[in-house]
Write a new protein. Sequence first.
Length: 242
Amino acid sequence: MSPQAQRSLPIPKAAIDFRPEYLDFRRGIHVGNLEDNARITRILKLELEALYGEPFVTERYGRGVYWQWIGYLPRANRDAKPLSSKVSFGCSKLFLMVDTEDKLFKCGLQVERGYVKAPRSFRRGELGSDWDWRRFVKALQPRGALERELKRLVEREGFRIHVGTWENPASFARWPGVANLRKLIAGIPSNHWASFQLYYPMRQEEVQNSSGLDLVESMLAIFQEVTPAMNLTMQTQLVPAP
């Protein structure tokens, strides 16, 4: 079946019942025990599939009612990988998360390196030759298209960068430059999980003072802002459907 034949219809805006309190800065993103029109996983998946006319895979980190991180990746990009078509770690993703330590809601683009030397218990988390991380690093060149996109989003649109391990990341609210990013990436220990995030931050007060529909539309707008950068890291391309 073609992607066009599978195209989803979004939930009508008047029916969306997502609420600001579902972004809980102590417990994470509330997704359990909710109807589809209130569950952010379902709302955003249908919106993305309608916008781009192709299926998306939903990934998550967390258990039970509250999740800490949610990711969306184009199924076509994962399927295109000759060696890693069943490994979502190898794919660039649109993501949202509640950082309960920094008290920030983050939304944007994530590319994972995984391990260069994985432990025996998690071999599927080892960086593959066809992972999007390799395209990301290759595209991260001075005066390149990816540099222009990242610099524009950080300097003009208020996005931030997180790069490194989860235990010892580097974070930037100002554009650090390609050379600095490449140096940081090269210095990440091979036996640690690593990733890159480009995200727009929202503080707790900003979230609480917004309506649920405003937050949904903000997330979708952020996803569209980072899509040009995401396309520079993928085998397939996200293009709005007619």
